[in-house]
Design a protein. Structure first.
Length: 283
């Protein structure tokens, strides 16, 4: 329909331009017709347009019938009046063309505004749908893997990592009321309310910044994507709380954000890549 309307406007403009050419042609014919009548000649080839020219001259004569005799030749202003009428029609076509172009521009502007409004409404509806879907994701998993910090790793320090892990789990259980499960040679904690993740993060950052001889790689995965969680764990980002891009995106839909997120990088894992983000405390 839009293309048909545009073709209609194009046809109208071409038609008005054609009428302008017709006006110029008629002016030339009227001048020749005037010369023929002044010289009392008879040009048969003008016959095809004489009826129209006579009608035009008659109209001009009804408006202005002034004439005068010059050296035996009768000069009638009705011919000049006809020429003026044709010139007026020529310039009127310019006005009509401009009006058609304004109408076309108005149509395009209105259509663009309608499409933009429609797209905005569709985008808003899509955003609302995405927000609803994201907010339905409440379950998430936290894993913690530990290792002895480099400065405590020499034999003389003799760090009991099992004891340190037990102290960490006791602290988390006391603060959050969750019991860990063994997972991928580390510990896994299950939570059911992603909207309250800031409370969990507060405890996890205390673990991360604790003055213990072990370092922590903490991973968080929203939903049930265990395969992606294993990829995060395999990167062993010690000293950070990391997550994949989908978990970072889910965090945007929480009402409160006590922590900021930033992209840590894009990593190759076997035949796939994973975009890794991390939670950071506001400085």
């Amino acid at each position: 329909m839009h293309k048909l309307v545009l073709k209609g406007f194009s046809f109208l403009k071409n038609f008005w331009y054609f009428l302008k050419i017709v006006c110029v042609f008629c002016i030339m014919m009227l001048l020749l017709y005037w010369i023929q009548n002044l010289t009392h000649a008879k040009w048969e080839w003008l016959g095809f347009i004489v009826p129209f020219l006579d009608s035009l001259i008659h109209l001009a004569d009804s408006i202005c019938s002034f004439s005068f005799n010059f050296f035996g030749a009768l000069f009638e202003f009705k011919y000049l009046g006809g020429i003026i009428i044709l010139i007026g029609m020529f310039y009127f076509m310019n006005f009509v063309i401009m009006l058609t172009e304004l109408m076309e521009a108005g149509y395009k502007s209105t259509r663009d505004l309608y499409k933009k409004t429609e797209e905005m409404a569709m985008n808003k509806a899509l955003q609302d749908t995405i927000a609803r879907e994201e907010k339905r994701i409440n379950k998430y998993t936290v894993t913690i893997h530990t290792t002895v910090k480099p400065k405590f790793s020499h034999k003389g320090m003799n760090v009991d990592i099992d004891k340190q892990n037990q102290m960490m789990n006791d602290f988390i259980k006391q603060k959050l009321g969750v019991t860990p499960m063994l997972f991928e040679k580390g510990f896994m904690y299950m939570f059911e309310d992603f909207n309250r993740i800031d409370e969990i993060l507060e405890v996890l950052f205390k673990v991360l910044h604790g003055s213990t001889p072990i370092d922590y790689a903490i991973c968080i995965q929203s939903g049930d994507n265990m395969r992606q969680l294993r990829k995060l764990i395999s990167l062993k980002n010690y000293g950070k709380i990391t997550m994949a891009a989908d978990t970072s995106y889910r965090y945007r839909f929480n009402k409160t954000h006590k922590y900021q997120t930033s992209q840590l990088g894009i990593f190759q894992n076997e035949d796939t890549t994973i975009e890794v983000h991390e939670f950071k405390e506001f400085s």
